[in-house]
Design a binder for this molecule. Sequence first.
Ligand code: ADP
Ligand code: MG
Length: 258
Amino acid sequence: MCNNVLTFENISFAYKGKKKEKITPILDDLSLTINSGEFISLLGPSGSGKSTIFRLITGLEQPTSGCISLDGKKEINRLGKVGYMPQQDMLLDWRNILDNAFLPLEINGFTKKNKKAHVLHLLEEFGLKGHEYDYPHQLSGGMRQRVSFLRAMLGGGDLLLLDEPFSALDAVTRLNMQEWLLGQWEKLEKTVIFITHDVDEALFLSDRIFLFSQTPLSSYKEIKVPLPRPRKLENLLSPELSKIKSDLLNELRQQVKL
Ligand code: ADP
Ligand code: MG
């Protein structure tokens, strides 16, 4: 049985421009469904509207028409109900790691004094133990990403939205983080929607990839990744995967005009 976590029904959206400015639609009649426990990647050229999809899911923006439901319910304010890791880590420099991670809980009225005890097991999982009272500028890029990820985990329900979380990392750290993320996803039984423009990353992580080609976003091509889990990086070298990868790259290249 399919348990739908998220549904977009005929969603259209445009950012409101200044007076007399032409308004360009970003989404036009887009529908999609995501099932419980899936790992989905949204792949598409930059500027196509991927981050806007997340802003619509969280309720930071509202669609001009259509319906968004979470767990089968149509709700206007969804920000507290999903974990959201925005494209920039947006850590607050003047707050230590614990206080940064707890920000969404504070906004929701969390007042517990002993924050550390509350998330001790997660601090360890996220490789942040011993750094609870450090400030963001004292951390490496990978650690900052993990704080931002922890904040997303603490902030929402079972759906996690990750917007290009690893794009600023060097290649090796990035691979380590991808493997770590898959481990967390399998253990914590979350549903993940992951934005990337990296084809290898999307193939390695996802059950399904939604490839967005035209703007405004109105439909997408769905690619089911035929790899067993747990995954290994070597899996990406199989002839079947190489063929899928070259098809994806060709489609993406057609959309990016020099
Ligand atoms: P992506 O994440 O795929 O790179 P975005 O969703 O960030 O794309 O942006 C899609 C389009 O919407 C871009 O043309 C961008 O300039 C525009 N846009 C994004 N945010 C805003 C905003 N707050 N106001 C007006 N236009 C915006
Ligand atoms: Mg973006």
